[in-house]
Design a protein around this ligand. Structure first.
Ligand code: PLP
Length: 423
């Protein structure tokens, strides 16, 4: 039996897997050059708005996600805030958010003076648990930011039904879910609300920094446009302002690069899905690691990282983090899944660090007591501590399944040496 790399044996994976991210060639170089030479560096600089790279990207991105409208913005955090403002969230409103996500899903709520309320997650998908979400709705709840964690779509049938029946707005945080589909339709505009994207450097569609909001609702689209454009209203005089709002406009450089990157996304998503399906089949053959049990309504899974499960009790009792040490020593690029610790465990929330006045959580308009130190989402805490694993999307970009075989070989080797890890 081969000796574990952790114990001084040979590594299983001795080269980088997949592709180096981001991927570019002369098309991106030309896109950047075209913008430089055009002298039009912002979306408002074209006599014909359709000539703007940002406007062209908005049209293409809306189409790609089966939405009617898109507003491109500076980043994914601002996209969530802008969407929440368009949905009518104001001081004193509660907004539900899953415990497992990136912290920006919650800070974006506080940034618009909403009060984040943490909701537990589902143990198969790592997404917000629809039952827990419904149970958390109070007379103060205005909206929910639901996150397609790792790009795996939430149960949008249940979420849309709860939102309709209970009268709350849904913002789908699709920062991980470029190209993901639920029952054949792109995520983002599936619940009558708005969806937000991040195009930050590591994301499956990127221009370094950037974001977007999609919706099928014309009124919400007009509000989002206004909130991203210092409160202007399209069709009205340029120096007339209607709302307290910031400048969240995307630059033409970003628009140009996103258009070229988008031309690659369909094929890259197919490659990732092909490799992920192969890996999932291989994992099913190894006791103690499982892929997400995929819902047939998830018709496309575009991912930023691919979540899967570790089962300590089926893996000789080896704790998840010890397993990770061993597979990482073998060279397999596996990490803690679902974006890490429950976000309420961050110092921001533990220290109730909301500044001198304590707003928004101590806002008199809210009038309720919040103490984030008392928040416990038991499933999220357990999944984070013992179960969640993930692999980043660039590892899935190989032309053949060879890289997946290497990951599987590393896991199998650790599995075969499980006794070494419990000693
Ligand atoms: C779930 C989620 N929401 C929002 C964001 C924020 O996006 P950005 O970094 O573009 O502001 C991220 C970034 O990683 C994220 O993972």
């Amino acid at each position: 039996m081969a000796k574990l790399a952790l114990m001084g044996g040979e590594k299983t994976v001795t080269r980088p897997l997949g592709k180096r991210w981001p991927i570019w060639d002369e098309r991106e170089e030309q896109a950047a050059l075209d913008v430089v030479r055009s002298g039009v560096w912002w979306r408002g600089g074209c006599a014909d708005p359709q000539q703007s790279k940002v406007v062209q990207f908005e049209d293409a991105w809306a189409r790609f996600h089966d939405a009617e409208h898109c507003v491109a913005v500076t980043n994914g955090t601002q996209a969530i805030g802008c969407a929440l403002k368009a949905a009518g969230v104001e001081a004193g409103d509660e907004v539900l958010v899953p415990a497992l996500t990136f912290v920006a899903s919650a800070t974006a709520i506080a940034l618009v003076n909403g009060v984040p309320v943490f909701v537990d997650v589902d143990q198969n998908t790592y997404n917000i648990d629809p039952d827990a979400m419904e149970a958390a709705i109070s007379d103060k709840t205005r909206a929910a930011v639901i996150v397609h964690n790792g790009g795996y779509p939430c149960d949008m049938d249940r979420i849309a039904e709860i939102a309709r029946r209970r009268g709350i707005a849904i913002v789908e945080d699709c920062a991980h879910a470029h190209g993901s589909q639920w029952k054949g339709k792109g995520v983002g505009a599936l619940a009558g609300g708005l969806g937000t994207f991040s195009f930050q450097a590591g994301k499956a569609l990127t221009c370094g920094e950037g974001g977007a909001i999609v919706t099928n609702d014309q009124e919400l689209a007009e509000k989002a446009y206004s909130f991203h454009h210092i409160g202007r209203i399209s069709g009205r005089p340029f120096y007339e302002f209607h709302r307290v709002a910031s400048n969240l406009r995307m630059t033409e450089w970003q628009g140009g690069i996103l258009l070229t990157q988008l031309a690659r996304l369909e094929e890259q998503t197919a490659t990732r899905e092909r490799n992920a399906a192969y890996l999932a089949a291989g994992l099913r053959e190894i006791e103690g690691v499982d892929p997400i049990d995929r819902d047939p309504r998830v018709t496309r899974w575009g991912f930023y990282y691919w979540n899967f499960h570790y089962r300590q009790e089926q893996f000789g009792g080896v704790p998840r983090d010890r397993f990770l040490q061993a597979v990482n020593a073998e060279g397999a690029p596996i990490g803690v899944g679902a974006h890490g610790q429950p976000i309420y465990q961050n110092p921001l929330f533990i220290n109730m660090n909301f500044g001198r006045t304590g707003c928004p959580v101590k806002c008199p308009l809210y009038g309720k007591e919040v103490d984030y130190r008392k928040v416990h989402c038991p499933t999220a805490e357990r999944l984070h501590a013992t179960q969640a694993l993930c692999i980043g999307h660039p590892a899935f970009l190989g032309e053949t399944t060879e890289d997946m075989d290497l990951i599987l070989a590393a896991i199998r080797k650790v599995r075969a040496n499980v006794g070494e890890l419990t000693r």
